[in-house]
Design a protein around this ligand. Structure first.
Ligand code: ATP
Length: 766
């Protein structure tokens, strides 16, 4: 199978580069890859190009005034293709057996494109079919699709271009199973819609043959009767068609929306179950898009596309059956332009799709420039860069113009060409049909043929009518593949979430611990996020119930990691953590987390009222409980200062609270939850002294009698803690009380000294 190079790697090459390229290559060859970069090899910002055919790879590195620097290599010699990441840019290198050739430098924004190009170049340097040249020689490029060589998106392990459409479709359609009766109704309605869509043209045939130009001689009275009957039938068919169509539309809408409802809620439920490591690997925005956009795309597919496809197919099938029954020879002739129509619609459709895609990309580049320069107009003016900006804008503007003209040309060519095919069909039908009418008329006059057996004007009208109806469904069916592929890609992205295994979950042997004491023991705990570097290494300590442990150490030492392990957001890589003598992995997740309270550095407030936010960990808490928690957290006063008090809406769309206020709401949340184990990540942001003492006071009430891990940023916390754990680069450096640690000349003493020096500086500056 030849390599299918994506559009992004087949850019429009400027004429000048094209000419130079053609001069360098003796025989004309198909350009497989054409990409531009925004730098030359010296790192200056200017446009450079790289073109590759099956035989050659050539780069043109612009040198401003001078001729571009050209590097030409036979693709056959290329052993590996590498991309190097430097601080401000990257370099594409081609390695032959003897030497490395830097061919294209690019800014970081082009990383994805160049990385894609590198993959394809490497494949082209094989036998051009994606198979590798040296058997067993080169290992598969990491992060690339094995089938097509495209870079895998970082949010997915599977390639959207190589989705197994059929498997995904079956899986998606399996969601229709519980509603099989609706599918059955929908199918019957589709059949009825098709029949009713075909009926008017058919009735018209009888109208012509029995009323307008009667084939068999009859009275005027009879013709009148038939005229009324057929007109009535036409009205009936139309009304029925509308009614059935509306019902069918509703059934499909219900079905599609219901399936998406099921899919969305299953995906969301699963997403909530997934471990934090899954969220670390997947960008939030991408996940949101999967739950919202991909499901909407599928909804559209089920409610609109699927129904249209079925009806279009049935329509064509129905028309063919009727026409072949009427006159198979003429029907066969009628179908002659059909392949042209199908191939043409497919070809133009594909081309149009690509062109529109490119045009839209340019149009969004215009938007991007506007969004950049209009808010930044002061800077533009201050640097007298107006002309430069206008030039930059005009480059893209010109591209939009060029692409719009190409789209216009294609559209203008499309309709006459497609029209010609339909017209040819019409002509064939009229000529052969007309000829048949004449022949049959002569035969009837000579008594060789019964009038009822003759080819009639009505039959000819039937052929002409259906001929016109052919056009739309054929055009729509040519895009069937693309529609299925798009739906399958969306389905795959959602199923990928559902198939992700929650790494941390209960087993059937997990035990319930309704009331923890809060004794925690770390035994030879080692943990790594990525399997390469240990974030914690061989940690051993024991904490007594009710003890407050301050965690201290430089940034990146592993403090947050340690508390994540206590919450069992991740499982230890080696060793074990025991709570009340039970391995944390044997305790039911809910029973563990229900007894852990967390006050984070930057508390997250959900959209909703303050009361709801406080009661997040205990949704059935009474108003009195909420208020007493808020009082204990020193939050009651400021809450009551809002006009809506506890009903004040907060979160993204509500009032914005200050850091200190958020902190106290978060403390109230923890107080209300009344956990046995408390995780405290103190705020580093500075708050005024009064707020600080209010927070401190609240924290003191909160920690009382609970096993507490506090990531300590302030000396005051360090002093208050019963013991301190000092971490450095994932190791437990020291452990002891504040006084004990101060006596030792260790890391802790250095940290304390640094902090007091810092607070002196802040005090002086203040
Ligand atoms: P800080 O005081 O700056 O918050 P910390 O002491 O809490 O730092 P951790 O956040 O526990 O340090 O990080 C310990 C090490 O683990 C660091 O080297 C960090 O880069 C790494 N790390 C933290 N979170 C992840 C993650 N999700 N994936 C991979 N590595 C991580």
């Amino acid at each position: 199978m030849p390599l299918e190079i994506p559009d992004e790697l087949q850019e429009e090459v400027p004429e000048e580069i094209k000419r130079k390229f053609e001069k360098l290559i003796e025989d004309p060859e198909v350009v497989q890859i054409a990409i531009s970069s925004d730098m030359n090899l010296d790192g200056e910002y200017t446009e450079s190009w790289l073109l590759a055919t099956d035989q050659w790879v050539i780069s043109f590195n612009s040198n401003h005034a001078k001729e571009p620097e050209i590097i030409q290599l036979p693709l056959h010699d290329v052993v590996t293709v590498k991309t190097r990441n430097y601080i401000g840019n990257g370099m594409l290198e081609l390695h032959t057996a003897k030497k490395a050739f830097p061919v294209l430098r690019y800014s970081k924004t082009m990383n994805a494109k160049i990385s894609d190009a590198a993959g394809f170049l490497e494949m082209l340097s094989g036998d051009g079919t994606g198979k590798e040249k040296r058997r067993g020689g080169r290992k598969r490029r990491e992060g690339r699709c094995e089938k097509c060589g495209r870079a895998l998106p970082h949010w997915s392990d599977s390639c959207p271009h190589c989705v197994e459409t059929r498997r995904m479709m079956f899986r998606l359609l399996s969601y229709l199973k519980p509603y099989w009766y609706l599918v059955a109704i929908g199918t019957v309605i589709a059949l009825a819609t098709t029949a009713l869509g075909l009926l008017p043209t058919y009735i018209f045939k009888y109208l012509v043959d029995s009323v307008f130009v009667p084939v068999v001689q009859t009275t005027a009275e009879n013709r009148f009767r038939l005229l009324n009957l057929f007109i009535f039938a036409l009205i009936g068919a139309h009304v029925l068609n509308q009614a059935v169509g509306t019902t069918g539309g509703y059934v499909m809408q219900w079905l599609g929306n219901r399936v998406i409802y099921d899919l969305r809620s299953q995906a969301y439920r699963h997403l909530q179950m997934l471990s934090l490591s899954f969220y670390n690997k997947n960008e939030t925005g991408r996940l949101i898009a999967r739950i919202s956009e991909d499901t909407s795309r599928l909804r559209w597919f089920i409610t609109e596309s699927l129904r249209d496809l079925v009806i279009d197919f049935l329509m064509i099938f129905g028309m063919c059956v009727i026409l072949f029954r009427e006159d198979w020879q003429l029907a066969a002739l009628t179908l002659i332009p059909l392949p042209v129509l199908a191939v043409g619609a497919g070809y133009f459709g594909e081309k149009m799709h690509r062109l529109f895609h490119r045009l839209w990309r340019r149009v969004s580049a215009i938007t991007a420039i506007l969004a950049d320069t209009i808010p930044g107009v002061k800077v533009v003016k201050a640097f007298a860069a107006e002309d430069r900006e206008v030039d930059r804008f005009n480059v893209v503007n010109k591209e939009v113009f060029d692409y719009s003209i190409r789209v216009a040309k294609l559209t203008l060519a499309y309709y006459p060409i497609m029209g010609l095919a339909t017209f040819a069909g019409g002509i064939i039908v009229r000529w052969f049909g007309g000829r048949q009418i004449i022949f049959d008329d002569v035969a009837v006059a000579a008594g060789q043929l019964q009038p009822e057996q003759a080819f009639t004007l009505g039959t000819l009208m039937l052929f002409i009518g259906y001929m016109m109806q052919f056009y739309r469904p054929i055009q729509s069916l040519t895009r069937i593949n693309e529609r299925f592929r798009r739906a399958a890609t969306a389905a795959e992205r959602i199923f990928e979430i559902m198939d992700a295994d929650p790494e941390i979950k209960d087993t059937k042997d997990s035990i319930e611990l309704p009331q923890l004491e809060g004794r925690i023991r770390f035994e030879n705990v080692t943990f790594t996020y990525d399997g390469e570097k240990n974030a914690l290494e061989n940690i051993n300590f024991e904490v007594q119930p009710g003890e407050m442990i301050g965690l201290s150490g430089p940034s990146g030492a592993g403090k947050s990691t340690l508390i994540s392990l206590v919450c069992r957001f991740y499982d230890v890589t080696e060793g074990a953590i025991y709570i009340d003598g039970h391995d944390i992995r044997d305790i039911k997740l809910n029973s563990l987390r229900e007894q852990i309270g967390v006050v984070l550095q930057e508390p997250f407030l959900f959209h909703g009222s303050i009361a709801e936010n406080i009661a997040y960990g205990k949704p059935n808490a009474s108003k009195e409980e909420i208020i007493s928690a808020a009082i204990a957290a020193n939050a009651h006063h400021f809450i009551m200062d809002f006009p809506d008090g506890y009903d004040t809406q907060v979160g993204e769309r509500g009032v914005s609270l200050s850091g200190g206020e958020r902190q106290r709401i978060s403390i109230a949340r923890a107080i209300l939850k009344d956990p046995r184990i408390l995780i405290l990540d103190e705020a580093t942001s500075s708050v005024d002294t009064e707020t600080e003492s209010a927070i401190q006071e609240a924290i003191e009430r909160l920690v009382e009698g609970r096993t507490t891990f506090a990531i300590a940023h302030r000396l005051s916390t360090l002093r208050r803690a019963n013991r301190l754990i000092i971490l450095e680069e994932g190791h437990l450096e020291d452990m002891g009380t504040h006084a004990e640690l101060l006596e030792r000349e260790g890391l802790y003493k250095r940290l304390v000294k640094m902090q007091s020096a810092l607070s002196r500086i802040v005090a002086v500056a203040g």
